[in-house]
Design a binder for this molecule. Structure first.
Ligand SMILES: *Cc1c(COP(=O)(O)O)cnc(C)c1O
Length: 401
């Protein structure tokens, strides 16, 4: 690390609370799939801000939309109407099961809205939400309680009441957990933070059936999988399920903070003035960024490309897994969210592998303490995927010795 970078790193560590295990790079610029740090070192970004910058960094159309909106109107209270948020909601509705939208600023906030909506729709004494072991739904108190990773709860107890976690993959236990107090089941179509763990189609359908049978709301968290990441606009389109409430965030604004909860108007009717709200939710600049982002993702052929490049990445990873069986046991994912599942020996070296790849100028991460996770911008080229695979092969070769 040379001067500039080291200087910023030191200054930051003196003032920013240490909630992140950070890599020693201060990023100053981004273009497409390339990030540049304060020393001028370039990185191939195969994490995209954790599934956020799907159109790559500083996409000219999105940046232009942000600037244009910033010159017209940056913020106004939700006591007034604005065009960008209306346009955004229309686009989300035209391309999903939903017909009503609540706009928030983040994934956790979108999930908070979903949890509140499920509770108010269910009526008094029905407040229980069952989620799955290994899930991730956010860091606020309620979304942390919904998150099925007990180590994330440690030290923050007591958890808000009404959250329980069903063992992953077991419908019988899930059904046995349903009580008169239960109002909803909540899950991701694929557990991103949980190590790129897919839920089988039959399992998801079974969860949906349990919701119908027991009159529960089905909440689908598509915060990481939504907006084209899996090769369709939403992952559920490929999975034969339709939720009652769905949340999105991450890629929605291509880097500008924004989240949304989507639902049907019969349910949405339970939210009236005073029941829920947000000062910034649906902010004109964020909404304009999202409108510009969605227009591109929804262009004809864009999602087919994601699917094809996803297959290309999957196949490349697959051959690495067979070349390095000592470290990797398989590949799983959908579209351009892929995970290289590590063996026990690989897991021991997971952090080291990511660090070595970082040193070679490629950004990935280690998710759920089980898989190397790849979340490149959806606009990544095949040449860039090749560079990722080559770098990964070099590092795995070193670590397998
Ligand atoms: C990232 C994520 C969240 C939380 O979103 P924030 O914007 O960090 O609050 C919730 N659920 C899933 C599935 C996520 O990947």
């Amino acid at each position: 690390m040379s001067e500039e970078n080291a200087n910023w790193t030191r200054r930051s560590d003196d003032v920013i609370i240490g909630t992140y295990a950070r890599y020693p790079a201060t990023m100053v610029k981004g273009k497409g799939c390339i990030l540049t740090d304060a020393d001028g070192k370039e990185y191939l970004d195969c994490l995209a801000g954790i599934a956020v910058c799907s159109l790559g960094h500083c996409h000219p159309v999105v940046s232009h939309a942000i600037c244009a909106q910033a010159n017209e109107l940056v913020h106004v209270s939700n006591l007034y109407y604005t065009a960008p948020q209306t346009e955004l909601a229309e686009m989300l509705i035209a391309n999903s099961f939903a017909d009503r939208v609540f706009l928030a600023n983040s994934g956790a906030e979108a999930n908070e809205a979903a949890i509140k909506l499920a509770r108010i729709c269910a009526g008094p004494d029905r407040y229980g939400i069952i989620s799955l072991a290994g899930s991730f739904h956010g860091r606020t108190l309620a979304t942390m309680a919904a998150t099925g990773q007990l180590k994330l709860h440690e030290g923050f107890e007591p958890m808000p009441e009404g959250f329980s976690h069903a063992p992953f993959g077991n419908l019988n236990v899930l059904e046995a957990m349903i009580t008169d107090q239960t109002c909803a089941i909540m899950c991701e179509p694929l557990q991103g933070e949980g190590g790129v763990r897919l839920l089988e189609i039959e399992y998801l359908k079974g969860i949906q059936d349990l919701c119908r049978k027991h009159d529960l709301l089905f909440i689908l968290d598509e915060i990481q999988t939504g907006i084209g990441r899996t090769g369709t606009f939403f992952a559920y389109e490929q999975l034969g399920i339709v939720p009652d409430i769905m949340t999105v965030a991450k890629a929605l604004g291509n880097g500008v903070p924004i989240g949304a909860m989507l639902t049907k108007k019969e349910l949405a009717a339970s939210f009236v003035p005073g029941t829920h709200g947000s000062t910034f939710g649906g902010n004109p600049v964020a909404a304009a960024a999202a409108v510009a982002t969605l227009k591109i993702v929804l262009e004809k052929g864009f999602l087919d490309e994601v699917q094809q490049k996803g297959d290309y990445l999957y196949n490349g990873l697959k051959s690495l897994a067979s070349r390095f069986p000592l470290l990797a046991s398989g590949v799983r994912g959908m579209g351009l969210i892929q995970g290289l599942v590590l063996t026990d020996k690989g897991i021991e070296q997971g952090t080291d592998i990511v660090n070595r790849i970082f040193a070679r100028g490629v950004l990935i991460n280690f998710a759920g303490n089980t898989a190397l996770r790849f979340l490149p911008p959806l606009i990544i080229s095949r040449e860039e995927i090749d560079r990722l695979l080559t770098t990964l092969a070099e590092v795995l070769a070193e670590c397998a010795e």
